[in-house]
Design a protein around this ligand. Sequence first.
Ligand SMILES: [Zn+2]
Ligand SMILES: [Zn+2]
Length: 166
Amino acid sequence: MLLGLSKIIDCPGASVPFSTSLDLRDLRYGNCCPVTEPVNAEGVVRNTAGVLVMSGMVTTCIHGVCDRCASDFTRQMEIPIDVVLVTELADEENEDEWVFPLEGDSADLEDIVRTVFVLNMDSKLLCSEDCKGLCCRCGTNLNNGPCNCQKELDPRFAALKQLLKK
Ligand SMILES: [Zn+2]
Ligand SMILES: [Zn+2]
């Protein structure tokens, strides 16, 4: 979907609102495609002193399997959009993923929203930022409370204790 910007390209202070919805069900993370719901984006493109700045928010709800604790989870995602649109990409040295070229005098909304979304998705798919994961010894999901392993004394410490007694 193209967002026409001809009205604001030469008009500092002017702005154009946008709102779109994408289908990113084909995005794969490991063995799952967690983006099962529509990805909504809305915001505004503003000509700020001659620079086209796009700002807004991408929201969706992902349904995945946690990389750390292996449980199914549903997580609300809110990703800010803050990118600059340029008529021509400058030489490669200045290339930045947050700068997008215009298609003529339009912005390719789908491409921009998809890129922002993908770059912001955690490389690891977690049920929450501070997921405690599984105990490497007994496999208990530590989000549900500690397991019994931690209470057991490490055999090396046990040996040390024996030595100290002497
Ligand atoms: Zn988890
Ligand atoms: Zn354990």
